[in-house]
Design a protein around this ligand. Structure first.
Ligand code: ZN
Ligand code: ZN
Length: 148
């Protein structure tokens, strides 16, 4: 499945509660967005941003729980907070890129699962944009872990 592989620096990340964290060593990776219906359901999202690397390049701290979403693949998630962390199959592991630390935000290079791609994604630049309201943030005590 590797299509547009290129070299990336070391990357880190984890789930929102911090119980499961990972480090990916620097090297080749393949980064795409998957719109397939299985990824939509697995993430509760419009698509899955998947950063694909050989599984032996990922060092885990904490243990994800896995669910076999098909006879070929498993979906990993944090057993404490439920954050979707990865897709895994015989070819490798694909990390959910939303879990990366804010200093690592590469741009996806291709899209898969086009048959289920939501049409409104074509209009993402048309809608009004708002930042999270400072007045609201002042009243929120986040229980998410630090990202550094
Ligand atoms: Zn967690
Ligand atoms: Zn998919």
């Amino acid at each position: 499945m590797r299509r547009f592989e290129r070299d990336y620096p070391q990357a880190r990340g984890g789930c929102q509660c911090g119980a499961v964290r990972f480090t990916i060593s620097a090297g080749p990776a393949d980064y795409g967005i998957c719109h397939c219906r299985m990824c939509q359901r697995a993430t509760g999202n419009a698509f899955a941003p998947l950063f694909q690397v050989p599984a032996d390049r990922v060092t885990w701290h904490g243990t994800a729980r896995e669910w076999a979403s098909s006879n070929l693949a498993w979906r990993g998630f944090c057993p404490t907070c439920g954050t979707p962390l990865y897709y895994r199959d015989a070819e490798g592991i694909e990390i959910m890129a939303g879990c990366f630390t804010p200093d690592f935000r590469p741009e996806p290079l291709f899209e898969t699962g086009a048959e289920s791609r939501l049409g409104w994604l074509d209009h993402m630049t048309d809608r009004p944009r708002f930042e999270t309201q400072a007045a609201l943030v002042a009243h929120v005590t986040s229980y998410q872990s630090r990202e550094d």
